[in-house]
Design a protein around this ligand. Sequence first.
Ligand code: HEM
Length: 203
Amino acid sequence: MSEEKLYLYPVWLRIWHWANALMFLVLIITGLSLQYSGVEGTFIRFDIAVKYHNIAGIILTINFLFFVLANRISGNRKYYRIKYKGFPKRLMKQFRYYVYGVFVHEPKPYPISEKRKFNPLQKLSYVMVMFVMMPVIIITGFGLLFPETNIENVFGLSGIYLTDLLHIITGFVLSIFMIVHIYFCTFGKTLGSDFKSMFTGWH
Ligand code: HEM
């Protein structure tokens, strides 16, 4: 069944994905440089880091809007729909596979098919990342780019400080996601087969 060749990653999705990954790397590197800049100097010169962080953020935003639109038009969004009934149970089954089953060569509980591209854990993490955290990091990013749009005072705290805090926390969580995501992509048929799929489109 799972040996069947499936075309799961159309060209638009692959372009979106690799552009997104590249912008992410630029944002993480420049973002870390900005975060840890001090009087003694920085990893990347401050003004250069700001410039490339802003440019990459704008490209990421346009790319994200393209992802949302293309998902709607192409029908790829069906893979992101969560059926809540029994979902916690399915999550646990997949979790058990990742911490135990995979090491004793058990068959995958939710093998990829034309109807199901993601296992329950993948689905939950992709939905959280793409439809919760990406909007948060984009909106707070624009809030920092246009500081005058921030509420001045929120319960005695500066609005811009809160926007910045939310931006940094989301950036940190997304960076961790990226590392975990890459690790889980090695769980394919071979170590590199999932990565190859994201270049060729074929699973
Ligand atoms: C160098 C960094 C990255 C690598 C090597 C990588 C690798 C991959 C691979 C191999 C797949 C196909 C397997 C699968 O569907 O799970 C995939 C899918 C996916 N990746 Fe990544 N990824 C990277 C960064 C990111 C980032 C930063 C995000 C989001 C913030 C992301 C979001 C996704 C999503 C949503 C999918 C599923 C797309 C779909 O089929 O609808 N990836 N990634």
